[in-house]
Design a protein around this ligand. Structure first.
Ligand code: DX5
Ligand code: ZN
Length: 218
């Protein structure tokens, strides 16, 4: 069970100290948005390279961008230990997943709420994690979509059948109120932005979220 706070809800003027504030988490989740795949613009490779120089924990890059086939591998080459691309945007996901692994990162594909998992089940052979979005990607602070839990269950079943160590991540609206139903459905990596950075003490929120899912096992 791993916690990956999203720095999208952090203070962008003080990202180094905001990363230090979550040093008890497993990953720092960095949302890259290009204003094309999603209607929002955040940051890109130069900023991620700077974050990699100062982060006390590994970086989990969530790329909400078009043409990930071209733009995703450089994030792995820069040193991000996990790189997630959206399946809706990838032209050749098998090759892309292999390129990301070859560059030294865990590879992962993400599914928007309206995107089914079944057509991509064969991709489990090529990836280390599947991200099931629990909001429409683009913004922090949106409401959790409980109707995505059947998809989490479906991915967990497929991972069980496939074997190996493939993680299932949920992202969007994950909080103390919603995290347990994600764990019960089969998720084991939890992204939380506003629930962590909106708390009085970010590290305490990380510990609290972790304690809520600690007793769940897959
Ligand atoms: C949304 C991003 C999320 C976002 C989550 O597109 O992928 O990582 O930061 O924020 P919360 O946890 O506030 O929903
Ligand atoms: Zn994200």
């Amino acid at each position: 069970m791993q916690i990956s706070p999203s720095i999208l809800s952090a203070d962008f003027a003080n990202l180094q100290s905001e990363l230090a504030a979550i040093r008890n988490a497993d990953w720092a989740h960095v949302d890259v948005m290009d204003n094309h795949f999603v209607p929002n613009l955040t940051l890109g490779l130069p900023v991620v390279e700077a974050l990699l120089r100062v982060s006390p924990i590994p970086i989990d890059c969530h790329l909400m961008i078009e043409d990930p086939d071209r733009w995703a591998p450089p994030y792995a080459e820069a040193g991000a230990k996990s790189v997630t691309f959206h399946i809706e945007a990838a032209a050749d996901p098998v090759r892309l997943a292999r390129d990301i692994r070859a560059a030294g990162a865990r590879s992962c594909f993400a599914l928007k709420p309206g995107t089914p998992f079944a057509p991509y089940a064969d991709l489990l052979a090529e990836v280390d994690m599947v991200l099931v979005m629990t909001v429409e990607p683009g913004f922090g602070g949106q409401s959790f979509m409980a109707d995505q839990m059947p998809k989490v269950r479906e991915v967990r079943e497929a991972v069980r059948r496939h074997g190996g160590e493939i993680w299932i991540q949920v992202d969007g609206g994950v909080s103390a109120r919603t995290i347990e139903q994600c764990a019960v459905a089969g998720a084991d990596v939890f992204v939380a932005g506003s629930a962590v950075y909106g708390a009085e003490v970010a590290a305490d929120a990380v510990d609290h979220l972790r304690s809520l899912v600690a007793r769940h096992r897959h």
